[in-house]
Ligand binder design. Sequence first.
Ligand SMILES: Nc1ncnc2c1ncn2[C@@H]1O[C@H](COP(=O)(O)OP(=O)(O)OP(=O)(O)O)[C@@H](O)[C@H]1O
Length: 260
Amino acid sequence: MEPLLTYDSVEVSFNGHAVTHDVSFTLHKGEILGIVGESGSGKSTLLKASMGLLGGGGLVTRGDIWFQNKDLPDLPEPELRKICGAQIGMIFQDAGASLCPIRTIGDQIYESMAAHMEITRVQAKEKALILFDKLQFKNGQRIWESYPFELSGGMNQRAGIAIAMLMEPLVLMADEPTSALDVAVQKQVIEEMLHLRELFGTAIILVTHDIGVVSAMADTVLVLKDGRIMEFGTTQQILCEPQDTYTRKLLAAVPKLRRA
Ligand SMILES: Nc1ncnc2c1ncn2[C@@H]1O[C@H](COP(=O)(O)OP(=O)(O)OP(=O)(O)O)[C@@H](O)[C@H]1O
């Protein structure tokens, strides 16, 4: 199968100092790749590199990130903005907090969709309510009309993920999407992301500290240490037969694996 997204020997530097080194992997349609590693190992940096979100001082200094025959770090800003949000979506640890507090969820959905496609408010609402329904959100109409502060933190996070998915991106970058949530909502969000993968065939890159989430969701796992790949393989291989000493240490630090 043709790869959807390919990182080829990617080095990212901040102010001339390299923080990831020679990172290569491929992601295919519908695949979920988990990226694990201790704090500061470069997980978020790798996601941000493809979205042009490294900020001032951050640059892809070597290698390529290929998406649909385009090298993302080389794209002019306006072209990259067209791809990000539409074909490549992103959700953060606190997707809920990235919602604007003074505009309703419905307004924000409509605006984010209208920025990328020809769509009327009525059509956006119809699409959103269908997806809310598929995700079994209780009372989608109320969510559409609500301001973020009128919903729980968990519901905002779920709405944030749904908003990212309404664009039906080919790839979803999810940076610690469940870590701010309580266990029950965590489970719900994991099930919803798996459901969205089934509905749209979306490939997901999932950055997380939680090996339980990796075990429940990922098909393949990449283990990162100090910006270098230590190990890459199927979830079964990495979690059950880790070859690398660092991976073994990382797994040993987890008391018990949870299956969602
Ligand atoms: N904007 C920045 N300016 C300078 N250095 C940065 C910047 N962002 C990240 N770094 C550095 O890059 C390295 C990788 O950071 P990154 O946030 O990608 O790690 P991480 O694995 O996602 O960590 P965590 O699990 O804590 O989120 C760290 O050494 C960090 O200090």
